[in-house]
Design a protein around this ligand. Structure first.
Ligand code: 2M8
Length: 457
């Protein structure tokens, strides 16, 4: 259970950070973080199911991979022991060969579709004891563990967790590389940005199962306009069945209905490889291989740049073609997070980031950063990953701007994100016209990343 903020010397330069922030905004309550910090802590406490913090109440009744990593980033500041437990519980869902699943079901009778009876992991060779899914999610966990260790060093914890982390990264390269260093995803859910418009065309080629065959649970919690449509769900479910038939490990020569190079997933992995290398060094293990994997990923991402279109393009491996629509999605900015962009490329990405017709705030849409460019006819301000503002994307972009020395812009985005949660609460996503919180309420990563934005300079 998260407690009040740690007062130990490792509390991540809180005083320095909050005083800078106050100077820039002149906002009294935000200057100290009072109220916001307590409110965020309360959300994490309420969503704490003992072994794991759920992403949000009701709609998400299990442990999700990148949610838990991002939750651990926030818990690092208020309850490092609880953060370590979060990580260890997630890692206990690892398959023998290294796959860290996107969901760990605890308990296994959860009210969620697709639940354990659909994934059917238990009984499969190499599955963990606990029921899990058979696909993965953006690998941000190494980065989270690094944040945790930098705030509160614990060598014993690293010795226990780093080998599993290492196995997962190796699994991604061994199982998901197709003749190029970038790793592929085999389900839109693996991207974490499920109904992003960049998947529209590739997903339209996937055969759908009849939605009458299953019952969607998400619509019991959130209005349909804010979620993917039935047609998309029919295809998501079909992909799960197709992958399950291959025990979630399709061989590299098997034709797949969805196989996709997501530049954002690879950017997150490149940073995670750096962080894994750093973590291995802390416990006296060689770091060279992780460093080489990071360098190879960066090289692969750099090669996705299209000079004419001015962006890093995703690639649909099934059709063998770049995905132009990926440039309409905020995920296309994440090569900045990985430090891949050169000066010219960086300039272009930052222009799009702040462009009022792009991802940036505008008079009609004053809240940023939108998940899709506003000039796109696919932009929808209330539908999930097709337009709303997400705290985790803003957080990744704050790290990206900091990495490139754009401190003023990073602070601006951090402040806007904190304003948003302060005024509207901790939601899954936000309507960029009004800031209204939509999707799941009392959403954990919106709370945990608020804590991190408050505590880490
Ligand atoms: C959303 O995805 C799940 C499927 O994994 C869902 O819609 O039921 C995504 O936003 C994903 O990124 C997130 O990890 C998950 C839990 O918050 O919800």
């Amino acid at each position: 259970m998260p407690r009040a903020r740690s007062t130990t010397r490792e509390s991540c330069s809180l005083s320095q950070h909050t005083s800078d922030w106050g100077e820039m905004t002149g906002n009294r309550s935000r200057r100290s973080g009072h109220g916001l910090r307590e409110a965020a802590t309360a959300i994490l406490a309420a969503n704490d199911h003992g072994t794991h913090v759920v992403p949000g109440p009701g709609q998400y009744p299990a442990q999700w991979n990148w949610d838990s990593a991002l939750i651990a980033v926030g818990l690092a500041h208020i309850d490092p022991a609880r953060a370590r437990l979060e990580v260890e519980q997630l890692l206990s869902g690892r398959w023998d060969d290294g796959l860290l699943p996107h969901i760990v079901f605890r308990p296994s009778d959860v009210d969620y579709f697709p639940g354990p009876s659909v994934w059917q992991s238990q009984g499969m060779a190499g599955a963990p004891i606990v029921a899990v899914s058979g696909i993965t999610q953006p690998p941000v966990l190494a980065t989270a563990i690094r944040v945790l260790h930098e705030c509160h060093p614990d060598i014993g914890f690293l010795e226990r967790s780093v080998p599993s982390l290492d196995r997962w990264h190796r699994w991604l390269h061994d199982n998901r590389s197709r003749s190029n260093p970038l790793v592929a995803i085999v389900h839109p859910w693996e991207s974490g940005t499920d109904n992003s418009p960049r998947f529209d065309k590739p997903l339209s080629l996937v055969s759908a199962v009849d939605v009458g065959r299953f019952q969607r649970r998400d619509l019991e919690h959130v209005p349909a306009e804010q979620r993917p449509g039935d047609e998309e769900y029919g295809r998501y479910a079909s992909l799960v069945e197709q992958l399950r038939d291959r025990s979630y490990r399709p061989t590299s020569d098997e034709p797949l209905e969805f196989i996709y190079i997501d530049v954002a997933f690879n950017s997150i992995l490149a940073v995670a490889e750096d962080d894994l290398a750093w973590l291995r060094q802390q416990i006296g293990l060689p770091a060279q291989e992780a460093r080489e994997r990071a360098a190879a990923l960066r090289q692969g991402i750099a090669e996705t740049w299209d000079d004419e279109l001015g962006g890093f393009l995703d690639f649909d491996l099934r059709q063998g073609m770049p995905v132009i629509e990926s440039l309409e999605c905020v995920t296309s900015l994440l090569p900045m997070y990985a430090g891949v962009a050169d000066q010219n490329q960086l300039g272009k990405l930052i222009d799009t980031l702040w462009d009022p017709t792009g991802f940036g705030p505008s008079p009609e849409f004053p809240v940023g950063i939108t998940s899709v460019v506003k000039r796109s006819d696919r932009f929808d301000p209330r539908c999930y990953w097709r337009g709303p503002v997400w705290v985790n994307m803003n957080w990744l972009l704050v790290q990206a701007l900091r990495r490139h020395g754009r401190q003023e812009e990073a602070s601006r985005l951090r402040d806007r994100t904190l304003d948003l949660v302060q005024e509207h609460g901790f939601y899954e996503y936000y309507d960029p016209r009004t800031g209204e919180g939509i999707g799941c309420s009392r959403f954990s990563w919106s709370a945990s990343l608020t804590l991190d934005l408050l505590e880490r300079p």
